[in-house]
Write a protein that binds this ligand. Sequence first.
Ligand SMILES: Nc1nc2c(c(=O)[nH]1)N[C@H]1C(S)=C(S)[C@@H](COP(=O)(O)O)O[C@H]1N2
Ligand SMILES: [Mo]
Length: 358
Amino acid sequence: MHRSVQRHRDEGFGLDELAQAARNHGMPLEALRSEITPAGLHYLLIHYDVPFLDPADWALAFEGFDRPLRLTVDDLRARPRVTVPVTLECAGNGRAMFDTRPLSQPWLREAVGTAAWTGTPLAPLLRDAGIPDGTVEVAFAGSDRGVEDGEEQAYERALSLEDATRDGVMVAYEMNGQPLLPQHGAPARLVVPGFYGMAHVKWLDRISALGLPFEGYQNIVAYRMRTDPDETGTPLSRIRVKSLMVPPGVPTFPERDRIVRAGHVRLEGRAWSGSAAIERVQVSLDGCSSWHDATVDLAPAPHAWQRWTFDWTATPGPHDLACRATDATGATQPLEPEPNLGGYANNAVHRVRVTVRG
Ligand SMILES: Nc1nc2c(c(=O)[nH]1)N[C@H]1C(S)=C(S)[C@@H](COP(=O)(O)O)O[C@H]1N2
Ligand SMILES: [Mo]
């Protein structure tokens, strides 16, 4: 089994982690004000190097299907076109807040964003390629390559045939009305609404129909929930219910402590879940001892985050604020993260300590 390098909070962060953090930036939390995240503020996660692909040479190949299709960007653009806002969150978001974490991208809370993705629905594309009888999974490969666990490979990840053919899954070629940027998967990527980021394969160049479950690294070794290296674990899929708050007031530099003026303060943020709509967001003003209902807006689309607001009369002194969301399945955020070897799916409540000045 896979044995990752684990670091304890007391060891501090390594230059290897800084190298990841400097490449893969997060969304500054003040961008939670925006329903659609501008492309330059959307978070980024790139395992290997950004491949620079000439769209004129690029084609999407279908392997293991009844017809070995090869589609160019123009072929994709000639197909039915949909535009949908979708919230993406990295499965490793919050990893740096675990007591013990694997050597990887050390996210705090900001590996999330919502873009308006434009593309063509995947299910009719697969049907046109001809899904062979007995297909159980569909694998999606990017053209980026790297070495993980000693083995050189393309970034490739599979979905069950059922998940791959769900409404909303698309091959996207635009983000916020512009052709995809190189770092977001140009010329085309997969978008799987409701799923953690690892499923949304960028620089997509091959789709394979599989009669047996996929055994690639990103499904079998990485992106699984485990507490023991010898257990098989369960694959990450849908995004857990979560909410974040726009840090109120102004930051100190460089500590980024929050300084708020006394009086009326509108607290606001966004909440999302990959399984159902958000039904409730609560705010705590006393370090999670008591909770008050916030106002929650309707979702602009089934898998896009929802805005919440709460009016607070801030009195001078220190305050421990927090927000907590609950979705329509009844799932809610825990106060503390659930430890796991990959440092995945940390959806603990967002706590923000502020100092109010008179
Ligand atoms: N080909 C490829 N696709 C990829 C990745 C990658 O490294 N290579 N990273 C994945 C992960 S882990 C995440 S969280 C999302 C991030 O998408 P974004 O950078 O557009 O926000 O892309 C996914 N798709
Ligand atoms: Mo990710």
